[in-house]
Design a protein around this ligand. Structure first.
Ligand SMILES: [Zn+2]
Length: 321
């Protein structure tokens, strides 16, 4: 590990210590006591540093130093390899052509590497970002691995919340909670891209304080998409969408399965923004969230995308207008 990488490993833990003190204390204590569970669920919204924390923790688990010393040390042979090069750390990146993580991924990319001998003779670690995208079948396959672990292995699942995992999987994981950043933490994180305090406060409300959403809103494509979302919600509030327009919007929304979660979140946040501006009653907002949640469930179960969106928009218009 060169000086820059070492500095960045320390910066990761600094970030974590300042912004996520509960998660940091939990992970630090596990490293200090060396009492390691087979699986952890790092639960919280995207953009809160869950992945950095998982990789820092993974390095801490593999570090050759004694427990109760600053692990990861950044200097031992294991730390020197770094989390992206260490052969005992496997990161299951989702195949971007598919919206879900399937049973084959769990078999080939979790069970298979865990069944091999550890390179450094110690623990093997699998990091699973976007664990919420596992199909129920994939989660059941994962459950089998958790029930019958091979050798010394640790799974680090990353998901927006505990509710995204089957209760059977959840009960086998130690949950490490990542809390939303307050306005101050949000402003600090976004300082580079949005220095003005008032703009930052506005973005904080519009993004629901979610860093990943906020960054997306600032990108050129993102800004265009959010503008079109605001247009859609405006029309829904005015009750002005004709059947032909609803059909057009459904085509647009249903086009790319990859965008489903972003679109559902985006519509929900835009309606919340309208509620904050007194344009939507809280009770109607709650009902709209229910409609969007149900829509997400049907879309994840591979319903007819266009039709599901059409029903969703008709219901939203009836609720919000
Ligand atoms: Zn070390």
């Amino acid at each position: 590990m060169d000086a820059i990488q070492r500095a960045s490993a320390y910066r990761d833990s600094d970030h974590l210590r300042i912004e996520q003190p509960i998660a940091f204390r939990m992970l630090r204590r596990i490293l200090d006591r060396d009492q390691v569970s087979p699986a952890y669920l790092l639960a919280g919204a995207p953009g809160l540093g869950r992945r950095e924390a998982a990789l820092w923790f993974a390095m801490g688990l593999l570090c050759s130093r004694e427990p109760n010393s600053e692990r990861p040390c950044g200097e031992c042979p294991n730390c020197t390899l770094g989390s992206s090069n260490h052969p005992d750390i496997h990161i299951l990146q989702r195949n971007t052509n598919r919206a879900t993580i399937g049973i084959e991924d769990v078999r080939n990319r979790i069970r298979e590497p865990l069944s091999r001998r550890a390179f450094a003779g110690g623990r093997k670690i699998v990091v699973l970002p976007e664990a919420e995208r596992m199909t129920p079948q994939a989660q059941n396959a994962l459950l089998k691995i958790l029930e019958d672990p091979v050798g010394q292995s640790t799974l680090l699942l990353i998901a927006p919340g505990m509710g995204y995992m089957l209760p059977t999987v959840r009960s086998r994981c130690v949950t490490v909670p990542f809390r939303s950043l307050g306005i101050e933490g949000f402003r600090r994180r976004m300082e580079d891209s949005i220095p003005d305090a008032e703009d930052a406060a506005d973005l904080f409300t519009r993004s629901g304080g979610d860093i990943a959403t906020a960054r997306e809103m600032l990108s050129e494509d993102g800004a265009r998409e959010w503008q079109s979302m605001a247009q859609l919600v405006d029309s829904l509030l005015e009750g002005g969408l004709s059947p032909a327009q609803i059909s057009n919007w459904s085509d647009k929304l249903g086009g790319d399965p990859e965008r489903t979660e972003i679109l559902l979140d985006g519509i929900s946040l835009t309606i919340r923004h309208a509620m904050n501006g007194d344009r939507v009653l809280p009770a109607h907002y709650a009902r709209a969230v229910g409609i969007l949640t149900r829509t997400g469930e049907i879309l994840r179960a591979n319903g007819n995308r266009r039709l599901v969106w059409e029903v969703c928009l008709i219901k939203l218009q009836a609720t919000l207008h």
